[in-house]
Design a protein around this ligand. Structure first.
Ligand code: ZN
Length: 266
């Protein structure tokens, strides 16, 4: 990209960090360019015309110039500020969790319209839905799917037996549900039939349909625990595969690094 050519993109501000006396670095998710870091100069001054258009957890259009090491925000216009996120600490912490997961896993220069749409819709739902926690559950299940970690809910991940709702376990490390026999033999954390049915329903249903299901608090927090374990496992897997990829890159630079690759592969 020539330096003189500015880049225009819609983006969601996932987070920010202060830099220098008056600037901020904005971590953006763009549908076409993936994760981007851009400096918004002077936005911590009250006179800045950019301030208010680069807030965390907002969606806007951005014009970016390529600087030496990072993009520079030259124009920004907010499209969605989702003010209810900032008026409600519970909604805000759920939305920050959504943004953090995307921040940790979106790739620079790898655009994904489906990931962008999922992020945008999920933040809007966390801001506006009657049950924002249900929006996060639905988001986590779709995120797992997009990362290639869709949990197995049809056949036991150990013995491949077809699953009935009762007596199962959920084995996050193995990527899904284990049957009653395998669960009794020690695999997985207990999975109630209500939680199992809810996971299956969420998988095949739109968010609007899922949001209509009345779930008691115990089943909801059980599903939250299982989804969090599945998400953690998926993050670990991504971490392992990226350190493996780094080790492979190192090996390509010299035979000395071969031992590291062997180590990383174990
Ligand atoms: Zn089994």
């Amino acid at each position: 990209m020539p330096r003189t050519q500015p880049l225009r993109t819609e983006a969601i501000v996932l987070r920010q960090r202060p830099i220098g006396d008056a600037d901020k670095v904005c971590v953006l998710l763009s549908p076409a360019h993936g994760r981007m870091e851009a400096v918004a100069r002077g936005v911590r001054k009250t006179t800045s015309r950019l301030a208010g258009h680069v807030d965390t957890l907002s969606r806007g259009t951005f014009q970016l110039a390529r600087g030496r090491s990072m993009y520079i925000v030259t124009q920004a216009q907010t499209l969605d500020a989702w003010p209810s996120l900032h008026d409600d600490i519970d909604r805000l912490s759920l939305a920050v969790g959504v943004a953090e997961l995307i921040d940790r896993t979106a790739m620079p220069d790898v655009g994904s319209r489906s990931l962008y749409r999922l992020t945008q819709e999920s933040l809007a739902r966390v801001a506006e839905a009657d049950d924002p926690a249900a929006a996060v559950r639905w988001f986590q299940l779709r995120w797992l799917d997009q990362q290639g970690y869709q949990p197995e809910l049809d056949a036991c991940v150990r013995c491949r037996a077809a699953l009935e709702p009762a007596g199962n376990g959920l084995a996050a490390l193995e990527g899904g549900v284990v049957c009653p026999d395998c669960h009794r033999a020690g695999a997985g954390a207990p999975l109630s039939s209500t939680a199992f049915r809810l996971l299956r329903y969420m998988r095949r249903s739109s968010f609007d349909l899922t949001a209509q299901v009345r779930v008691n608090r115990a089943a909801a927090s059980e599903v939250d625990r299982h989804l969090s374990a599945l998400v953690e496992h998926a993050l670990d897997g991504r971490l392992r595969s990226s350190s493996f990829a780094q080790a492979l890159e190192g090996a390509a630079r010299g035979a000395r690094n071969t031992r590291e690759v062997d180590h990383a592969a174990v």
